[in-house]
Design a protein around this ligand. Structure first.
Ligand SMILES: *Cc1c(COP(=O)(O)O)cnc(C)c1O
Length: 330
């Protein structure tokens, strides 16, 4: 089951009719039976999202910035020529799934949450390479702990010569194929004893793009928070939130600019961020046999720890969130 701690009972499904999304329903059926000629099997017309529901100290259940997942899923659907989702359908699906599985939402206090996975696939007989005529939108969920083992221990990463996406390809959207392309370099990194892989920008291979399925950030020696800018990076909601927290809550300077792989010494801290990874400190990056260590290489740095603490307090309702960041479900 990997990252999931258990399976949950209910999921939501909705289908298109003549290209228009219809109201969906909850079901206990985990299996999807679709035509062998479905686009999703052959041409990868598939897209997903990932967000979490968190239980607060008072027992409320809340989502973190789901409006941004909604915007992003529709940007992705446009990119794969699938019908965009109406806002009511997107939120109804997520909220019904969270409510229906409320007994499986982890309790406040030990860093667990309910991971929610919306996805859209093109289905129905479709042998030519063209968009599907029928689509499924589904949402399921599972309680999860932390994504990278080790909590806030710093982990070691290695660069790869492979690309997860092309410069003007689909890196910006959560299209299934990007992740198929990432499995081999990930496996190579893990077999070599690393926690994961660092992707460089596909055009020049000289700047950091991403950390596996998480965004990269780093802190310079004079306390500037840096995140890379590139056309092939998935625009992480966690990354955008960290930039805001650093600038507006921690009073830091922030820069979205290149992080050159040959100039990593400019950083005293580095990390990976994403809904699943939350914030994972990077202890070292190895590139072409040269290892750059951040801080002591093992423990979380001061700024990374502050970002993590602030973000997690907001997730679990222990700190007031910036306007519009929290949506209560229960
Ligand atoms: C989902 C994802 C992220 C993290 O995005 P969040 O919105 O913060 O969860 C980063 N990189 C890739 C490649 C992703 O698929």
């Amino acid at each position: 089951m990997g990252y999931a701690l258990k399976e949950t009972k209910y999921r939501y499904r909705a289908y298109t009719e003549n290209g228009t999304w219809q109201k969906g329903f909850l079901t206990e059926d985990k299996n999807i039976s679709i035509h062998e000629g479905s686009n999703v099997f052959h041409y990868g017309q598939a897209l997903f999202e990932g967000l979490k529901a968190y239980k607060t100290k008072d027992g409320d259940v809340q989502l973190f910035r789901p409006d941004l997942n909604y915007i992003r899923i529709n940007e992705g659907l446009k990119r794969i020529v699938a019908p965009e989702l109406p806002e009511e359908l997107f939120f109804e699906a997520i909220e019904e799934v969270v409510r229906a599985n409320k007994d499986d939402i982890p309790e406040y206090g030990d860093g667990k949450s309910l991971y929610i996975r919306p996805f859209v696939i093109g289905q129905g007989m479709n042998l030519g390479v063209k968009p599907s005529e029928e689509y499924l939108f589904s949402v399921f969920c599972a309680p999860v702990g932390t994504y990278f083992k080790g909590g806030l221990a710093a982990l070691d990463f290695v660069t790869t010569d492979y690309d997860r996406a092309a410069a003007n390809g689909t890196g910006k959207v959560k299209v299934a194929g990007n992740y198929a392309a990432s499995l081999y370099p990930r496996q190579q990194a893990i077999d070599a004893g690393y926690a994961g892989v660092i992707y460089l920008d596909p055009l020049t291979h000289s700047k950091i793009d991403e950390v596996g399925a998480a965004n990269f950030f780093a802190v310079t020696h004079d306390n500037v928070l840096v995140t890379p800018k590139s056309s092939s990076i998935l625009p992480s909601i966690t990354k955008r939130s960290i930039l805001y927290i650093a600038e507006h809550m921690l009073g830091m300077k922030v820069e979205e600019r290149d992080a050159h792989i040959d100039n990593l010494d400019e950083f005293k801290e580095a990390g990976a961020c994403g809904t699943a990874a939350i914030i994972t400190p990077i202890g070292s990056i190895t590139h072409k046999g040269k290892k750059t260590i951040f801080g002591d290489g093992e423990t979380v740095g001061e700024v990374t720890k502050k970002l993590y603490d602030t973000l997690v307090k907001i997730y679990y309702g222990d700190m007031e969130a910036p306007e519009g960041w929290i949506r209560k479900v229960l």
